[in-house]
Design a protein around this ligand. Structure first.
Ligand SMILES: [Mg+2]
Length: 438
C-alpha cells in the first residue's frame, strides 16, 4: 500500500515537472488569458471567471519579507491571511501553501519554526524554499573545496545540505591577515570556521592551494563584511581558485564559478527606504572582476526571479496536494504522461484544445510578493514556462504608495496587503469552481 502511494507520488511529481505549455499554444492565447480584474485597494471585487475555469485546487506561494513581516515585525494582515488559509486550529492548510523567499542563512527547518511562531500556524520544513535551497542541486557535481560566504550560519547550512571541504572568506583572511590589510581581525583559526578536526582550512588542510584549488563560491546570504568578502572572492576568481596566484592578464578559463542565492538589488527591512541586498554585492563583485581582469565574472543567480526556486516550490505544492487529499493521482494515467505537451508541435496543439490546463494539477498558483523585480517577474517568468502562476503584488514592502501597478513588471493583481491577496485568490478560486460546475 505504502509502495503504491509512493509510486503515485513519483508519478505525480513527473507530471508536475513534465507539464509545459508550447510556444504555439501560448502565442495563440490559449493560456494564460484569464480576464483577471486588476484590483486597487484592500477589498477584492468580483472577478469574471474565464477560460481555464476549473475545479482543481488553488495553491499559494508567499514571499516573506515585506509581505508577512517587516524586519522583525509580523504584519497583522499576515495573521489574518493565515487564519483564512489554515484549519484545525492552525494545524492544517486548506490548500497547498509554500513560502518562497530570497532570504536565507538558516536551514529550512529553522525558517519553518520561525514562520510557525510568527503566523500562529504549523509550518513544516517541506513548505519552505529559501534562496539557497536550490544549491542542493549542485551537490553531486561539485568537487574540491567550496568557499561559502554570507552572514548567519551559512557553514552550518552548507554542511546540513551535505557540502564538504568548506571554508569562508574569514578563514582565508585569518590565514594571512595581509590578504585584507584594512581588516581589523586577527590571524588564527576561527572558532566558527569550517575547519575539520580543529584544523585551519587554508594552512593545515591546504584549501586554496594548487592541489586543492577552490572552483566554487557559494554566496548563501548577504555578506555583512563586504570588504573582506570582496577582496577574498576577487582573489580566488583572479587566481583561478588558487589563493595568492594573481594573474589578471591570463586568458583564464573561467575556472571559478560564483553562485549567488539572491539577485535582489534592494530589499525591504525595518528602515522606511529599501536597503542594498545581495544583488548589490554581486554588482560590486562583477565590477571588480571586470575592472581587474577585463573579463566577466563566471556566475549564476539562483533565487527569484529565476526558475529553480519556482520549480522546487511547485514540487512541494504537489506533495502537499497529495498529503491533503486534494488530488487524485489516478486521473494522471501513464498514457497522459507519455503525451505531455510542450515537446512537440502536435502535443502543443492538444494542449491548446484543452485550454492548456489538462495536466496542470492546480487551478492556479497564487504568488504573493512585494518586490516587482523578484516576486512578480519570477511568477511571470514561471507562467511563460507554462506554469499556472498568478502574480499578486502587495503594498507593504518594496512596492508601496498609490501607484496602480509596477510599470516594468506589472502584476496580475495589486492589493494593499497579503490578507487582501488571499481573499481575492479564494474568491477567484470559488468563482472558477462554480463556473466549472455549471
Ligand atoms: Mg519581499
Amino acid at each position: 500500500m505504502a509502495q503504491s502511494a509512493s509510486r503515485q507520488l513519483h508519478h505525480l511529481r513527473k507530471v508536475c515537472r513534465a507539464f509545459r505549455l508550447s510556444d504555439k499554444a501560448e502565442a495563440a492565447g490559449a493560456w494564460p488569458s484569464w480576464p483577471l480584474q486588476l484590483l486597487h485597494g484592500s477589498q477584492p471585487r468580483a472577478y469574471i471567471a474565464g477560460a481555464g475555469a476549473s475545479d482543481r485546487p488553488p495553491a499559494f506561494v508567499f514571499d516573506i519579507d515585506g509581505v508577512l513581516v517587516r524586519g522583525n515585525r509580523v504584519l497583522d494582515s499576515a495573521k489574518r491571511a493565515f487564519e483564512r488559509l489554515y484549519k484545525d486550529g492552525g494545524q492544517t492548510p486548506r490548500y497547498p501553501v509554500c513560502f518562497l523567499t530570497n532570504g536565507g542563512g538558516v536551514t529550512e527547518e529553522q525558517k519553518a519554526d520561525e514562520l510557525s511562531s510568527w503566523l500562529g500556524v504549523h509550518v513544516k520544513e517541506n513548505q519552505v524554499v529559501l534562496s539557497h535551497t536550490p544549491f542542493k542541486r549542485l551537490l553531486p557535481s561539485l568537487k574540491g573545496p567550496v568557499l561559502v560566504a554570507g552572514m548567519g550560519n551559512v557553514v552550518e547550512v552548507a554542511q546540513h545540505y551535505g557540502f564538504k571541504q568548506l571554508l569562508t572568506p574569514l578563514d582565508v583572511a585569518r590565514a594571512d591577515p595581509s590578504i585584507a590589510p584594512f581588516w581589523k581581525g586577527r590571524a588564527g583559526c576561527a572558532a566558527d570556521s569550517a575547519k575539520e578536526g580543529g584544523q585551519c582550512p587554508v594552512k593545515d588542510l591546504g584549501y586554496g592551494s594548487e592541489e586543492k584549488s577552490i572552483k566554487t563560491v557559494l554566496v548563501f546570504k548577504d555578506p555583512s563584511d563586504w570588504y573582506v568578502d570582496l577582496q577574498v572572492i576577487t582573489d580566488i576568481c583572479v587566481g583561478g581558485g588558487v589563493i595568492g596566484k594573481w594573474k589578471p592578464e591570463a586568458d583564464a578559463d573561467q575556472a571559478v564559478k560564483v553562485y549567488f542565492s539572491n539577485p535582489d538589488l534592494l530589499f525591504a527591512g525595518e528602515y522606511p527606504a529599501p536597503r542594498l541586498g545581495q544583488g548589490a554585492f554581486a554588482a560590486a563583485l562583477r565590477t571588480l572582476v571586470r575592472e581587474v581582469t577585463g573579463r566577466e565574472l563566471n556566475h549564476e543567480f539562483m533565487g527569484k526571479p529565476n526558475a529553480a526556486p519556482y520549480e522546487l516550490a511547485e514540487q512541494l505544492l504537489c506533495d502537499q496536494a497529495m498529503e491533503l487529499g486534494l488530488m487524485d493521482p489516478q486521473q494522471y494515467n501513464a498514457e497522459q504522461e507519455e503525451t505531455c505537451p510542450g515537446t512537440t508541435e502536435q502535443a502543443g496543439a492538444r494542449e491548446h484544445d484543452s485550454l492548456g490546463q489538462s495536466l496542470s494539477p492546480f487551478s492556479a498558483i497564487y504568488a504573493v510578493g512585494d518586490n516587482p523585480k523578484a516576486d512578480i517577474a519570477g511568477a511571470l517568468n514561471a507562467r511563460a514556462r507554462g506554469r499556472p502562476y498568478v502574480a499578486m503584488l502587495v503594498r507593504t514592502g518594496v512596492f508601496s504608495g498609490e501607484r496602480a501597478n509596477d510599470e516594468e513588471f506589472p502584476a496580475d493583481v495589486v492589493v494593499d496587503d497579503v490578507d487582501a491577496a488571499v481573499q481575492a485568490a479564494l474568491h477567484r478560486a470559488r468563482n472558477m469552481r462554480w463556473h466549472s460546475m455549471r
